[in-house]
Every structure is written in C-alpha cells, then in structure tokens.
Design a protein around this ligand. Sequence first.
Ligand code: THU
Length: 153
Amino acid sequence: MKELTVKYQQFDSWKSLSDGDQSLVEAAYEISKNAYAPYSKFLVGAAVLLENGEVILGSNQENIAFPSGLCAERTALFYAGANFPHLKVMKIAIVAVGDLVPLDKILSPCGGCRQVMLETEVRQKAPYEVILVSQNETTIVFSAASDLLPFAF
Ligand code: THU
C-alpha cells in the first residue's frame, strides 16, 4: 500500500497572513462582488499575483446555458495567460461569498480549475501559492497548485 501526504498551512483567519497576502485576499473579496451568479448565488473571487506585482482579478460568470459559464479561478488565470503570457504567477487567492456557501467549509477549486491551475505551474516551470479562504475566515495555504491535484492528467 502506498500513501500520499499533502502539506498545507492553516490559519483561523486570513487576517493572520502577511500584509501582502491579506491585500490579495481583500482584492479577491472585492472582485467577488462582480460575480454574475444568478443561478447558483455562489459568488467567487480570485486574485492572481504576477511576478511584476500586477494583480489579475476574476469572478465566476454564469450563463443560462450552464456549461458556458466559467469559474473565478479560470477567468483570472486565462486573462493572465492571454495578456501576460510571459509573467509567472506567484500566488492565487480564492474566496467565496453567499448565503449558500457553507460557513465552515473551505471552498476548494473544482476539478477543471485544478487542472488549469496545475498547467499554469507546469507551463511556467515554477510552483505558486494557493490561498483558500472560507466564509468563517479559516484559511489554508498550499505551496503549490500541484498539491491540489495529485494524479493529474
Ligand atoms: N465556482 C467557482 O467560481 N470556483 C470554484 O472553485 C467552484 C465553483 C463557481 C462556478 C459556479 O458559478 C458557482 O461557483 C457554483 O458552482
């Protein structure tokens, strides 16, 4: 039998993070207000820090033809890839807001987003931090996107 272990840091609140990381989380909260989520009422914000200090923001954008919508993480990462293909991603902070978001549950990116997050890492040949914040502020930090997708395609 083999065993897989994933290491991550956990904080009671994102307010225990470094000043820079707190700013990234605040930016994610701010952009979550732009989510277009009339169907799920699940507002997600993602803030991507690039190596030049620029922060790229994304929120989930839904559509009545359900598969046509896109998650916040991919909105931000695809914008970064489309506009700054040569700049490495250093961090991504992801938050979720809404009455339907369980208070004590960490929002963890969907499988499709994990695959995109991982490929960003593979493409830039460098890991980046993933910061996940739940509605009760509990925060977990992974040091690499690959930690969220073992046995990736
Ligand atoms: N969603 C995200 O934006 N990111 C995630 O990590 C999970 C889910 C969005 C997709 C959809 O608009 C809504 O949240 C409910 O699934």
